[in-house]
Design a protein around this ligand. Structure first.
Ligand code: NAD
Ligand code: IPM
Ligand code: MN
Length: 356
């Protein structure tokens, strides 16, 4: 095949902060190996948008950051946030504005217990631990509406408004039902309508109306507190879980914890209409506690890369990446400390690239 015949995709890499840098470099190596074998090229452009950049320039990304990234077919993001820059400044200066600017209103977070690993839940088999969190990713509890008042006075208070729009709620719930049709045909919606008096009954009402359009899919509403308990005690009763921004955020770390841990959980910020690039980043953050030690597990970011390949339409390469992960985990030779091994981040990356 000549170079001109190869399919090519423009991918932006934003390694970001902490272990985001360590795991993204490994994911790129693995994805390039997959691309090489499957007849396409990933044309990478790397951006230094990060807390380091903030320290240097006073901004997480330049003014034209959104416009620049808009030109890419997809974005691979490491993690954002590091001590020294307040989290609300770094995250609202990079990750959250990108999700919104590119209308990535679905945060898709599939988890499953992979071969060669064991769950912290005793006795659970792989088929009992497979689910996907469909998290609303553009509104909800994450909002800039509100403020701090009477600062420094006895009556000081902070007010934070949640925004749930009919369009925003309906589209993410519909996405969950469509996804369920390709899986177990079960959707569980996270609610808290017993305590949250306005937004959650609204969410439930929309969930019920969309559910009525999918009589072939089993629909259930579950209060978030009970749902959290079920994820630990009866995870086999869950498959597609649809949740608001904050609930979905919390449930995704829990779902990761009951499968292989945060080092294993991939995620995609999806713009389903494909009018803007989608952005792929593991569920985990920048893990300052282990940053720079070369021990972060790159598997989550590699599986995130497989989601990116699927999104580009390179399903065979994505499947090959997942198979390589399963092979390396099953062999048990190259495992990072979180999985009980002693391999470094780059040793795992190399083992995965070789397995391809
Ligand atoms: P975290 O996910 O970074 O870390 C939580 C714990 O899990 C830590 O003990 C960490 O060492 C461990 N861990 C995470 N990923 C791992 C991996 N790949 N291999 C091995 N161990 C891993 O969450 P945190 O500590 O709450 O947040 C740290 C920073 O990251 C904060 O600034 C936070 O705002 C930010 N954050 C960013 C994103 C993102 O950019 N997508 C996501 C979550 C948190
Ligand atoms: C995630 C992260 C982010 C979120 C933070 C860092 C703002 O926890 O992607 O899960 O809550 O969306
Ligand atoms: Mn999170």
């Amino acid at each position: 095949m000549t170079a001109a015949e190869r399919r090519a995709y423009a991918v932006a890499a934003v390694p970001g902060d902490g272990i985001g840098v360590d795991v993204t470099v490994e994911a790129r190596t693995v994805l390039d190996a997959a691309a090489e074998r499957h007849g396409f090229t990933l044309r990478w452009t790397e951006f230094d948008y990060s807390c380091e950049r903030y320290a240097r320039t006073g901004a997480m990304m330049p003014d034209d950051g959104v416009a620049t990234l808009a030109a890419f077919d997809a974005i691979l993001l490491g993690a954002v946030g590091f001590p020294g820059v307040p989290d609300h400044v770094s995250l609202w200066g990079l990750l959250i504005p990108l999700r919104r600017a590119f209308s990535q209103y679905v945060n898709l977070r599939p988890v499953r217990l992979l071969p060669g690993t064991t769950s912290v839940l005793a006795g659970r088999q792989a088929h009992e631990l497979e689910m996907v969190i469909v998290r609303e990713n553009s509104e909800g509890e994450y909002s800039t509406l509100g403020g701090r008042h009477n600062e420094g006075q006895p009556g000081e208070f902070a007010l934070q408004e949640a925004v749930f729009t009919r369009t925003g709620v309906e589209r993410v719930i519909r996405y969950a039902f469509e996804l369920a049709r390709t899986r177990s045909k079960r959707v569980c919606s996270a609610t808290k309508s017993n305590g949250i008096i306005h937004t959650m009954p609204f969410w439930d009402e929309i969930f019920a109306s969309v559910a009525a359009e999918y009589p072939d899919v089993e629909a259930e509403s579950c209060h978030i507190d009970a749902l959290a308990a079920r994820m630990v005690q009866a995870p086999d009763r869950l498959d597609v879980v649809v949740a608001s921004n904050l609930f979905g955020d919390i449930l995704s770390d829990l779902a990761a914890a009951v499968t292989g841990g945060l080092g294993m959980a991939p995620s995609g910020n999806i713009n389903p209409e494909r009018t803007h690039p989608s952005m792929f980043e593991a569920v985990h953050g920048s893990a300052p506690d282990i940053a720079g030690q070369g021990i972060a597990n790159p598997v989550a970011q590699v599986l995130t890369g497989a989601m990116l390949l699927d999104h580009l339409g390179e399903a065979e390469a994505a499947t090959a990446v997942r198979a390589a992960v399963e092979k390396v985990l099953t062999e048990g030779r190259a495992l990072t400390p979180d999985l009980g091994g002693s391999a470094s981040t780059s040793e795992v990356g190399s083992a995965l690239a070789e397995a391809l």
